[in-house]
Design a binder for this molecule. Structure first.
Ligand SMILES: [Zn+2]
Length: 90
């Protein structure tokens, strides 16, 4: 069992700080910060310099979005590799 699958773990969307739910304070001005159709949360980062919204680690949509980012990064990597190969052939 990894900590990744424990319930009520939250992770900061900005700096990546991850801890139990009680370590994250209630988010201020939530109604102004949540985007329609976005992931719902009630917590924000405890770091004064950060203060970004934090989301439940086990939230499927969070994990889905993370996968999309990985996919995009991988796609960029291969596209750059192909471009480099084509330049080498010239
Ligand atoms: Zn943070």
């Amino acid at each position: 069992m990894t900590s990744y699958s424990e319930p009520n773990q939250y992770e900061c969307d900005n700096c990546g700080y991850k801890s139990d739910e009680e370590d994250f304070p209630e988010a201020k001005d939530l109604h102004m910060r949540l985007t329609p159709g976005g992931i719902a949360t009630t917590r924000e980062c405890p770091d004064d310099d950060c203060g970004a919204l934090a989301f439940p680690v086990n939230n499927l949509r969070v994990q889905y979005r993370r996968l999309l980012q990985i996919e995009r990064t991988t796609e960029d990597f291969f596209r750059n590799a192909v471009t480099r190969l084509q330049e080498d052939e010239r």
